[in-house]
Each structure stands twice: as C-alpha cells, then as structure tokens.
Ligand binder design. Structure first.
Ligand SMILES: [Fe+2]
Length: 262
C-alpha cells in the first residue's frame, strides 16, 4: 500500500475516533476540540518543516502521519482522567501507542516506517529524546517535537490572553508569583525543567521560554521570531520575579543569534 493511502485512511479515522467519545458536557467538548485543532495545526507545522528540509513525498507523508497520531492518546486521557497532566494520569505518548495498536492504524506501512511512527509518538513528549534512537527515527522525532512546540506556544499564548480561560491548559498549576527553585536551577543549568517539578504557572511559562533551546531546525526558530512567541510569554509574566527578565533576555539572544543548527 502506498503511504499516501495510509495517510488518507488514518485522517478520517482520526475524526471519527474523536467523535466516538460521548460529548457529555461543555468541558469535554472544548478540550476535545482544542486537541483536534492542535493536531491539525501540528500537521501544518510539520509540512512547513518538511518542505524547508526538502523531504521527498514519501517522507513528507510519513511526517504527516506522525503529526496526526502524536497526540492520539490525549482524547482517552482527558475522557478518563479529565486532565492533560501526564504525571497524575498517564503518559499520553505511551497511551497513544496503545491506541495505534488497538486500531491497527499503521497497517499498510513497511516495518521500518511502522516502528518509526511508534517511536516518534512515544518520544514526542519526553523531556529528552531517547539517545539510542536510530538516526532516521531521531530525525522524525526532532521534526515532530519542533512542530508540536510551534503550536503549543500558540495555544498557551491564546490562553494567557483569553478573558475566559480553559483551565485544562494550565494543568492545574498555582497562580503564585514565584518560580520553583528546582525549575529555576534546571533552567539556569541549561536543561529543560521536569514537568513533575512544575508547581506554578510561572514555572510552566519559564519552561516554555526555554523550549527555544530544545528546537532542532533553523526554520522553527524563524517561526518563533516571526510570531514573537517569547515576547508574548514574557508579557504575560511579572518581570520583577527574580530571574525572569534575565532568563528572557538570554533566551531572546539565542533566538536572535546567528542560528545554532544545521
Ligand atoms: Fe501535541
């Protein structure tokens, strides 16, 4: 089976799968649509990256399948636990694998592509990419991680600006005007913070600024510049919280630097 045919089969499956959950209340409906729309936009982001990297049609379709399925675990997660917080529910990447297998979604792909999609879904939301991943799998995992971040920035910034807020986006974090010590220590050491350590919404925002260091392609950094993502996150914070302004300036000088990637 040609890969395009797999993509064209999985796309309508995705929508009927999302629709198959009983939409019993407004909160479920809002959060299902949030993730359905996010998935569509991650598809657009990954097509942009694939285009910039001059991927061939097979690889581009494969990247689109990764995008379509990367968050497929989110629906069962929210339906079952009413949260998007992995630490208090389930890892949504691993849950996605169960759904991929349950519905035999990768039928028609060759063995290498099947395992590539599974590995990218499992690794898209980890703090770090599994260092043992094979080179081609690592490359696709990097694309999905960039595409995902490019849209999550958009989702969280909309949340920060919204007058009526969808509380699921802030993952139940406190609105205290502080950054947790462990989060600050990790970020200052040049590492991503661990989501298990997030206590305040400000922790989450600081880590979102730090995501620029975790991007893999220059074209992704270009989109961060065009869309002024860091400025908008910083504008939603209190710049007098110790460390916030210094960290923002450091991240911005990285974004507007000469580009660190191939
Ligand atoms: Fe995602």
């Amino acid at each position: 089976m040609k890969i395009k045919a797999v993509l064209e089969r999985v796309k309508p499956w995705f929508h009927s799968y999302v629709d198959s959950f009983p939409q019993t209340d407004a909160d479920l409906k809002i959060n299902f649509e949030l993730k359905r729309d996010h998935t569509a936009r991650v598809g657009e982001e990954i097509r942009f990256i694939a285009d910039r990297l001059k991927l061939d049609p097979h690889e581009t379709a494969l990247a689109e399948i990764c995008a379509l399925l990367h968050d497929v675990g989110r629906f069962e997660q929210y339906h079952k636990y009413r949260t998007f917080m992995d630490p208090v529910s389930e890892d949504h990447g691993e849950l996605g694998l169960k759904i991929i297998d349950r519905y035999n979604l990768l039928k028609g792909l060759n063995e290498a592509d099947r395992s590539l999609v599974r590995e990218t879904v499992a690794n898209h939301n980890k703090r770090m990419i599994d260092p043992n991943l094979e080179r081609r799998v690592r490359f696709f995992t990097r694309m999905i991680r960039d595409a995902d971040k490019l849209d999550i920035w958009n989702v969280v910034i909309n949340y920060y600006k919204a007058e009526v807020k969808n509380e699921a986006v802030k993952l139940g974090l406190s609105l205290a005007n502080t950054i947790s010590d462990k989060v600050m220590a990790d970020l200052m050491a040049g590492k991503m913070a661990d989501k298990e350590d997030f206590r305040t919404l400000n922790d989450f925002k600081m880590n979102q600024m730090a995501w620029v260091y975790d991007l893999n392609f220059n074209c992704s950094l270009e989109r961060v510049r065009e869309r002024c993502y860091l400025q908008q996150i910083f504008a939603s914070m209190d710049g007098t919280i110790p460390g916030v302004t210094a960290f923002y300036c450091r991240a911005q000088s990285f974004v507007y630097g000469n580009g660190f990637f191939a």
